[in-house]
Design a binder for this molecule. Structure first.
Ligand SMILES: NC(=O)c1ccc[n+]([C@@H]2O[C@H](COP(=O)([O-])OP(=O)(O)OC[C@H]3O[C@@H](n4cnc5c(N)ncnc54)[C@H](OP(=O)(O)O)[C@@H]3O)[C@@H](O)[C@H]2O)c1
Length: 255
């Protein structure tokens, strides 16, 4: 894996790096030689992550970023570029959910989910993609979508719609940017334990849900390593515009 998923020479930006998938993806890439810019709103957590990556022999830099703020996105890329050079790998990973029955979703909730998950990913992809094109370097953008963007599920209308749109945006950008040597792919995980869902899966309803999954368990972060690195690294140089499902067959069964 160390050689196949070599990330040396890459400058990576990971949004939503203060916890869960983003923190893990940042560590993964840094361990394989990428210089990693870790971005989120909770900066103290990012600083802790930078310390951990540095202690493990990697290179990382923290930058405050709210993906709902276009100016902050531009500033984060400015800072990243000054620190390490042009960002060539983007992990578009910041995301929020607000699970509610569709008729109980109000406009503020809908807007927050869309503005973070879809428009935030669009803002970051545009900023990263435009900068890669400006200097003519190849790159890879990995958008964290979800199986909930591929299958409908109760109480996930806003989240599912945002992730379905992220998958479609992924395909549109891959189609347009292939000639610029910028690959754009979506990762569609099933359920993995993170802060986003730990409350629900600690309840009896959450346990029953897990029992009903084909694999009867959630994924563990390590099971996202190879799929993520395939999309992020040059190992996947002809993989473009896909939505890679990693869910232990969950989306083939009951949602
Ligand atoms: N866990 C799963 O089972 C699962 C499955 C499929 C897809 N996903 C997706 O995976 C991604 C990561 O989620 P996670 O499971 O790792 O949950 P998490 O631990 O709650 O992480 C979410 C991350 O997004 C960041 N974030 C939220 N709003 C932001 C904003 N406005 N600007 C910048 N960063 C923001 C948070 O950082 P700050 O609060 O510090 O800003 C945090 O680092 C999300 O896109 C989620 O939809 C998760």
């Amino acid at each position: 894996m160390q050689t196949e998923f070599d990330m040396r020479g890459k400058v990576a930006m990971v949004t939503g790096a203060s916890s869960g998938f983003g923190m893990y993806f940042a560590q993964l890439m840094a361990a394989r030689g990428a210089q990693v810019v870790v971005a989120a709103r909770r900066v103290e957590r990012l600083e802790q992550l930078v310390e951990e990556i540095t202690a493990a022999g990697g290179e990382a830099f923290a930058v405050a970023l709210d993906v709902t703020d276009s100016g902050a996105v531009t500033r984060a890329f400015d800072v990243a570029e000054k620190q390490f050079g042009t960002v060539t790998v983007v992990s578009n990973n910041a995301g929020v959910a607000d699970p509610k029955l569709a008729h109980k979703v109000d406009e503020a909730s809908w807007d927050r989910v869309m503005n973070t998950n879809l428009k935030g990913a669009w803002r970051v992809a545009m900023e990263g993609g435009r900068r890669m094109m400006a200097v003519g370097v190849p790159g890879s953008i990995v958008n964290t979508a979800s199986i909930l963007g591929q299958r409908a599920s109760i109480s996930q209308s806003s989240y599912g719609a945002s992730k379905a749109a992220v998958i479609h945006l992924t395909r549109s950008l891959a189609l347009e940017w292939a000639r610029k040597n910028i690959r754009v792919n979506a990762l569609c995980p099933g359920y993995f334990p993170t802060e986003m869902n730990e409350g629900y899966f600690a309840t009896p309803a959450g346990s029953a849900y897990i029992e009903a999954m084909p694999a009867q368990r959630m994924g563990c972060l390590e099971e996202l390593a190879a799929p993520f690195l395939l999309l992020a690294s040059d190992a996947g140089s002809y993989v473009n515009g896909i939505a890679l499902t990693v869910d232990g067959a969950h989306s083939l069964g009951h949602m």
